[in-house]
Design a protein around this ligand. Structure first.
Ligand code: 6PG
Length: 233
């Protein structure tokens, strides 16, 4: 079983302060060590208050590149776009916000384009920050025709196009996503989730390890270092 450390908070505000503090520390350490920092942020609603806290911190943002760990194939100004949420919060702080999704008819081609864009960055990321859906997906590793390829992608394949099947009702669109090996190449991984239901699901996925049927369980089962999980009700 992977080593997971759970951090539990009274509410989402308290979690946002703590997680923003931890990410601030990762940024400072990366810049001390290498002069720059690469962060992959999640989509969805949970991270938004954390983006705001983080953007308010006085950090050398000009040396920080932020990518979405996954994105929906929608116009960049769509409310479904993960890069839009990241850009709205982090561009004013001065960070370099780097989209990975291109608008394309063909999600497979969009995945190749995302992979090529990521290869132009200095890999590995200092942080891959993940969320989790109530179906157990993480990043955009969803059940469907692309899941096995994304799980078994070689180390050199950082991102892929994903067609979720069934489509998630909150954003029923094709995606691009870090592959499992892209996620696991990070120097640090953290997870933020809220609610009792997701907590129970993630605890079970971790316990099931390699035999988990959930994408998040299958990703974490291969992690080679401890992972911090931040949870609020
Ligand atoms: C996405 C995500 C996804 C997200 C979860 C949780 O773009 O869909 O990156 O993995 O983290 O769906 O989303 P919520 O925080 O909104 O529950």
């Amino acid at each position: 079983m992977i080593e997971a450390e759970w951090w539990e908070y009274d509410d989402a505000d308290e979690m946002a302060d703590a997680v923003a503090g931890d990410i601030g520390f990762i940024v400072e350490s990366a810049i001390d060590a290498r002069g720059e920092c690469l962060l992959a942020f999640p989509g969805g609603g949970t991270p938004k208050p954390i983006f705001e806290r983080l953007a308010g911190k006085s950090l050398p943002w000009k040396r920080v590149t932020i990518i979405p760990g996954d994105d929906r194939l929608v116009p960049v100004d769509s409310d479904l776009s993960n890069i839009k949420a990241i850009a709205q919060a982090m561009l004013p702080a001065g960070a370099r916000v780097y989209p990975i999704a291109v608008e394309a008819e063909d999600y497979v081609m969009a995945g190749h384009a995302a992979d090529a864009r990521l290869k132009s960055l200095k890999w590995p990321p200092d942080l891959v920050w993940l969320g989790m859906g109530s179906d157990g997906h993480t990043a955009s590793l969803f059940a469907g025709p692309d899941l096995e390829a994304a799980m078994d992608a070689p180390k050199a394949r950082l991102a892929m196009g994903i067609h979720p099947d069934p489509m998630p009702p909150e954003a029923p669109v094709d995606r691009v996503s870090l592959t499992r090996s892209g996620i696991l190449s990070a120097r640090t991984i953290i997870i933020t989730i809220t609610g009792e239901e997701k907590k129970a699901l993630l605890e079970q996925a971790i316990e099931d390890g390699q035999s988990s049927k959930l994408p998040i369980g299958r990703v974490l089962a291969e992690a080679q270092f401890p992972i911090d999980i931040h949870w609020a009700p």
